[in-house]
Design a protein around this ligand. Structure first.
Ligand SMILES: Cc1cc2nc3c(=O)[nH]c(=O)nc-3n(C[C@H](O)[C@H](O)[C@H](O)COP(=O)(O)O)c2cc1C
Length: 238
């Protein structure tokens, strides 16, 4: 299996440790991993120039930072995103990366390989459980057409630099292991969900309509992949 991990933070705190618990049960010797720490390995803030949408992703002013991560996402069978809860949202660097990947949403130019991948999102908070954070990161992967995203969000009640208390840690380890097993099963038999097929059909119709000519780059993507005709990404992986 190929796994791409994107950390929404550069430090190795509680969130990183929960991710390690998942990886401990998930990763086998032969698996390959690509790992990125944000903001260090990530792009500058999206400046809203629309070049990725209108001209192509290579024209983004931060393409040199975005494209290695985008390629790693496309390469992987499993994509893992993690981020601490910052004011009930994902971290700023993670959100910034997601802004840069908007061109890969199904409404623009989804990558064919995404329809059979598996996602995992991890978050931790000090107080309230980070449900909104994992939901928000999962939503990003879902709009990029990942059919199944597993979520792990835990309130850890830790002060800065403090370890998770042993009882809480055991509970997290138990859930991390359970999810890792489910991910392995899913990745061994990847399949596209009904939701992705329906979404594909809706956006295929939009890309077929004359109004889609407002963005020829998106439209060409759909036409050149044969998606307006009979080809389907979950059958051909492109
Ligand atoms: C800027 C900032 C905002 C935070 N906002 C929240 C919050 O809204 N709710 C919460 O429960 N914890 C919040 N926290 C605490 C962290 O989510 C929590 O300590 C988390 O486990 C830290 O993970 P880390 O060790 O991986 O950095 C915040 C921390 C920071 C630095």
């Amino acid at each position: 299996m190929k796994i791409t991990i994107i950390h929404g933070q550069a430090h190795k705190g509680v969130t990183y440790k929960i991710t390690q618990m998942v990886l401990k049960s998930l990763v086998a010797k032969q698996d390959e991993i690509q790992e990125f720490f944000l903001p260090k390995d990530g792009p500058n803030f999206c400046c809203g120039c629309y070049k990725c949408f209108m001209k192509g992703e290579a024209f983004c002013p931060s393409a040199d930072k975005v494209q290695p991560i985008a390629s790693a996402i496309e390469w992987a069978d499993i994509i893992l995103l993690d981020s601490p809860n910052y004011v009930m949202e994902m971290s700023g660097p993670m959100k910034n990366l997601m802004d840069h990947l908007a061109y890969r949403w199904i409404s623009h130019r989804p990558h064919g390989s995404m329809f059979t991948k598996t996602g995992i999102v991890v978050s931790s908070s000090a107080g309230a459980p980070p449900r909104g954070v994992v939901k928000s990161m999962a939503r990003q992967l879902k709009w990029m057409c990942v059919p199944k995203v597993y979520t792990l969000g835990f309130a850890c009640y830790t002060a800065p630099g403090e370890e998770i208390n042993p009882k809480r840690k055991r509970k997290i380890e138990y859930k991390a292991e359970k999810i890792a097993r489910a991910v392995k099963r899913r990745a061994a038999r990847p399949r596209t969900g009904l939701r992705e097929k329906v979404m594909f059909s809706i956006f295929r119709k939009m890309q077929s309509a004359p109004a889609s000519a407002w963005n020829p780059t998106d439209r060409d993507w759909w036409v050149n992949h044969g998606w307006i005709e009979k080809r389907r990404p979950w059958k051909n992986n492109t």
